[in-house]
Design a protein around this ligand. Sequence first.
Ligand SMILES: Cc1ncc(C[n+]2csc(CCOP(=O)(O)OP(=O)(O)O)c2C)c(N)n1
Ligand SMILES: CC(=O)[C@@H](O)[C@H](O)COP(=O)(O)O
Ligand SMILES: [Mg+2]
Length: 630
Amino acid sequence: MSLLDRVQDPADLRRMTPAELETLAQEIREFLIATCSVTGGHIGAGLGVVELTIALHTAFNTPDDKLVWDVGHQGYPHKVLTGRKDRMHTLRQEGGLSGFLKRTESEYDTFGAGHAATSISAALGMAAARDIKGGKNKVVAIIGDGSLGSGLAYEALNNAGHSDRDFIVVLNDNEMSIAPNVGAMHKYLTQVQRNPIYNRLRNKIGDLADHAKGPFKEAGSLLRRWEESVKAFLTPGVLFEELGFRYFGPIDGHDIPQLVETFKAVREFKGPRLVHVITKKGKGFPAGEHGEKWHALPPGHDPQTGKQLKAATGNPNYTAVFGKALAELMEEFPKAIAITAAMPSGTGTGTVAKAHPTRFFDVGIAEGHGVTFAAGMAAEGIKPVVTIYSTFLQRGYDNIIHDVAIQSLPVMFCMDRAGLVGEDGETHAGLYDIAYMLAVPHMVVTAPKDGTEFVGLLRSGLAHTDGPFCVRYPRDLSPDVPAHAKEIPAVPHGTWEVLRKGEGLAILAVGTMVQESLKAAEALAAEGLSVTVVNCRYLKPHDATTLTALLATHQQLLVVEEGTVVNGFGAYMAAVVNQMDPGVRVVAHGVPDRIIYAASRAKQLAQVGLDAAGIAAKVRALRESEALAG
Ligand SMILES: Cc1ncc(C[n+]2csc(CCOP(=O)(O)OP(=O)(O)O)c2C)c(N)n1
Ligand SMILES: CC(=O)[C@@H](O)[C@H](O)COP(=O)(O)O
Ligand SMILES: [Mg+2]
């Protein structure tokens, strides 16, 4: 029996010898590499924290002591050690284990996440709750260096550092976000890493001072005072100390005995303390320890090389269309610049960075800052293109309203991963952007039906000078292969496109739903039911001329959108139509008001009736109800 098979829960780790823990680490790595080659997932972060996870569960008394992992994408070793090894083959699949940590999945998952930088706030809240309840357990937040670049993390450190609360932060520093980490904090941490001697010296002085006895006691307190006065000189980690944390480190995050010893010691101290651990993202991956390449891998890859077994074929995805087109359009729009929040590869802005290195800005995991930074640029006549996943842009909502919209600044928002995103599940679904962007005054809201129209809308947005403009697009392939951007004209402002003419009922389709609605209309036509299909590429402002014509000839409008049905485009159009012609019935068909869990994107769409079959079924039901009423 392997050591890994012997671990039912973390208590088993506490009975193992140091040598056994080393062997266990190796077994976990092999298991994860093999499992993820089938399931896909965030392998790199997990491989980097195998020893750290073993050490934390060994030194702390989990689940009474609480481990709060940031993001949760590094949680695979934690899952394996907390009774979920036998379900790891279901990772990120419908009904299977989540790719992140979830309170509903295990008592060891103390706080759910998926978005970065929530761990310190949540853990501090748990520590405060413990103190109210008179508990004695420890609470440990584990945050990566990339996530530490986020404003939320500083708010939490600021709050924790003055509180004197029994509270521990472990900083997992691998010098990587998804891409190599950026920013001043990153530089600072690198400096800390490169100066471990100073740290060791300072810690020695601290020890001497703490243990001075008898006649040396006075010397001890002198040493302590001296330590205080020179610590800025001796300790590059002083920043955390100045914030009120006792700093420990940097320590080798792959040295289990050192980690266990440090955590056991740190556990017994009081007050806020921070342990700085140095790890290697992707450690032990057979094709080399590459942080970015192995951040996440698709299902069905070769465990030795990381290469996808089934070669990708067909059309480019929207992200690729975006990167290429924006790089080309920036030749025509000299004032345009691109901004990403730590996701150059995920958003396609990496292509822009290569073509226009001085016109590309990675602000780190700082979406709110990214938006206001763009507003500042726009105030000075620059045209910023802020490219952020729909779900992560939620972090910047106040900035969109307060800094951009109220001042009517011409910032362009490109919202990738809008709609259902598949295996990343509910934390990453981009279901709210239609609702939240429609509510913003001055905001132009758009969604393309295909790659060519997407490029046209990018051109429209770049040329738009009268306030903010946004475009949403999915985590999917483009249905077409667009030409070069210079050959694609802008999409006329506020226009719709009638793609198919029918009778009685018109489908107002948004973005990805245009193709599905056309397929549904085709199927319905075969049954003798003829419906109109309209591509509503501008959601706001809507096409009042086309709408007026539709109202004259149709009794029912079915609004189909890949976004929450609550306050979405359907609700928006219902209000508009109610003013124009209350006799026409508007029905919204979007994602229902519930959580949609991980599954393939196609399955998720089918689940909520947002595929051709689901749309056709909705039309049939509506036509029948109309016939009954009539
Ligand atoms: C608010 C938010 N923005 C962006 C992301 C995408 N994202 C997931 S992990 C990650 C990098 C995190 O870096 P770090 O915290 O250092 O963890 P590591 O992957 O290096 O272990 C990013 C940018 C996210 N999950 N949440
Ligand atoms: C953990 C995280 O937030 C990202 O790694 C995210 O999973 C990326 O999603 P995509 O695969 O859609 O780029
Ligand atoms: Mg990192």
